[in-house]
Design a protein around this ligand. Sequence first.
Ligand code: DCP
Ligand code: CA
Ligand code: CA
Length: 384
Amino acid sequence: MLFGTPITENIRPRVISHIDLDYFYAQCEEVRNPGLKNRPVVVCVYSGRDSDSGVVSTSNYNARHFGVTSGISIKLAKSKLSRSELDPVFLPVDLDYYRLFSTVAMEIIKAMCDTFEQVGIDECYIDISRASDSNFMKSREIANHIQNKLLSRTNLTCSIGVAPNKLIAKIASNIRKPNAITVVSTPDVMAFMRSCKLEEIPGIGPKKRTRLETLGIRSVNELSEIDLFRLKEVFGYKIASYLQNAANGIDDSPVNPNHQNKQIGNIVTLKHDITNTEDAIPVLMSLCTHVYDILIRREQSYRTVSLILILHNLKQVSASRTLKLLSASLDKLQHIVMVLLVDMIRVHSLSLNEIRRIGIALSDLADHSGQNKITQYFAESTKV
Ligand code: DCP
Ligand code: CA
Ligand code: CA
């Protein structure tokens, strides 16, 4: 492998694009109602308790200009936008509509390339090594063509990163937004990585940042140079290797056209406070049935079950259990979820009426065919 440049088809240096739709939910709302374009648009997850309790899902750039970002409370967003003379609009999330839009946009991109991998509702990777002849000038033209086609067919703008691998393409697509193309050619990889902040590397959130700081690491350059053994002591082998490779711009994972969403999840807002575990049962059972239906439709089995609780103060706590073997049992799922809830209440000393939203997710999924069903039921570990 050349430095940071995996080879596709044995001889061809890889060129990857990461395409991410701009301010996606809010942009879908603008497309549906173009009159919103010049106003701050805030898409909200309402909890249903009072008229403005809940959190911001996303917002357009007119709203971001006032500091309105994903995850803040609707009340805070309203107070930030009270300074705006642009008549802000607050809309509830309409996931079915965004999903439809996502499918249309992804189909347009898919039809234009050889190898396509969708990795989220509004983003995908494509391998353009062959189409660009591994030439970064040509790759920029291809990215430009995709942007134009997407805009003319859906009215949506996107930002595109073009790079020798998926990791750098992903960072690059996010570096300038909206409606931007950022090309990082092979000779520029190290300079590009050194210009990035640690938190621009996917997977480095506030917690990892703090732990890196305890090792004296405050920059990508310092991360690339630290002794790997010291990094492993803090993060374990897998994460330490990922972090150091990332800091050096190294990633040899191919665009995987068979990739399916690695998780199946669902989350609901409680209409009323719950005061005992009995009250939680119908909510948990309905969440289980919902994700289980999707699992069965996909003909898959799960190994890991996660429970996520979002509290009144918007703090999140989560726990998961990983089975030793795959399972396709609804009973097992319901049982694990109840056990996780009881464990989490104990471990985090929660009272049930603090819980505002509950979500469950199934991960470590595998195709159902070829399962040995008799040996599906052994629990191995629980992480709370
Ligand atoms: N989303 C959400 N809650 C979050 C983050 C995202 O509901 N905390 C939803 C709304 C977003 C969509 O997922 O529109 C895609 O997420 P992105 O992180 O790609 O953010 P955006 O597309 O909104 O903005 P950007 O222009 O920065 O990509
Ligand atoms: Ca986006
Ligand atoms: Ca995205």
